[in-house]
Design a binder for this molecule. Structure first.
Ligand SMILES: C[S@@+](CC[C@H](N)C(=O)[O-])C[C@H]1O[C@@H](n2cnc3c(N)ncnc32)[C@H](O)[C@@H]1O
Length: 208
């Protein structure tokens, strides 16, 4: 179903091939099921908009806003949104270190972005995302594991090749601690191993 949606929403070519590789590596189906329909979703570091596209295609999206620094990525995301005129989707350029798009959202997602952010800015990035969560909403966080070491190294090698970047992975307990200090509790955490990669998923909700 996810591959079919990607084929329908992205034209043939390198962007689609790249996004279909994302579907092989990243357990999107496990992320989608965490989003209650219909949700207003803010996706930080949205890349080509794949997560919002899949949410729209699966009928979970009321409104989607994505932002990313990649000029090409946002162009791909906007072209995808043009293919889904019935969905309320918008995409803008931006980084998690700068002020985020205005508004509050049922779901704020940050999928495989934090390890691209400079360590001194990572805590701020998480806090900015939490600030955008509407009452009763969730912060959906997914990033690469730091343990076991061989899985962490596999991801590091992947990013060195694919993004030409030496990444900065953060142990999940550290992110949980930052969120706790900001008034949020991790209501769900999960390790998902896929191929040689290890994914840490966490859902945060505001503490009463
Ligand atoms: C592995 S991709 C993930 C894209 C998308 N979240 C997904 O799951 O398909 C990492 C994304 O993070 C974006 N990124 C890198 N540094 C960023 C930053 N400082 N703020 C926001 N996004 C950033 C990149 O442009 C890239 O699109």
């Amino acid at each position: 179903m996810l591959k079919d949606a990607a084929r329908r929403l992205y034209p043939a070519g390198w962007p689609r091939t790249r996004l279909r590789l994302r579907l092989v590596v990243c357990p999107f189906e496990r992320l989608l099921e965490r989003v209650p329909p219909p949700s207003r979703v803010l996706d930080a570091g949205c890349g080509g908009g794949l997560f919002l596209a899949l949410l729209a295609a699966s009928g979970r999206l009321e409104r989607g806003v994505g932002f990313d620094p990649g000029v090409g990525a946002i162009a791909v995301a906007r072209a995808m949104a043009d293919r889904l005129p019935e969905a309320s989707l918008s995409f803008e350029h931006g980084v998690v270190e700068d002020p985020w798009p205005a508004g509050s959202f049922d779901v704020v997602s940050m999928i495989d972005v934090l390890h691209h952010v400079a360590p001194r800015q990572q805590r701020t990035a998480i806090e900015r995302g939490l600030e955008r969560v509407a009452p009763g909403g969730i912060f959906l966080y997914k990033d690469m594991c730091t343990r076991p070491r061989w899985r962490e190294l596999a991801n590091r090698a992947h990013d060195l090749l694919a993004a030409r970047q030496w990444i900065h992975t953060v142990p999940l307990p550290t992110v949980v601690e930052w969120a706790r200090d900001a008034g949020f509790a991790a209501t769900h955490t999960e390790r998902i191993n896929r191929l040689c990669y290890g994914h840490d998923l966490a859902i945060f909700e505001r503490r009463d």
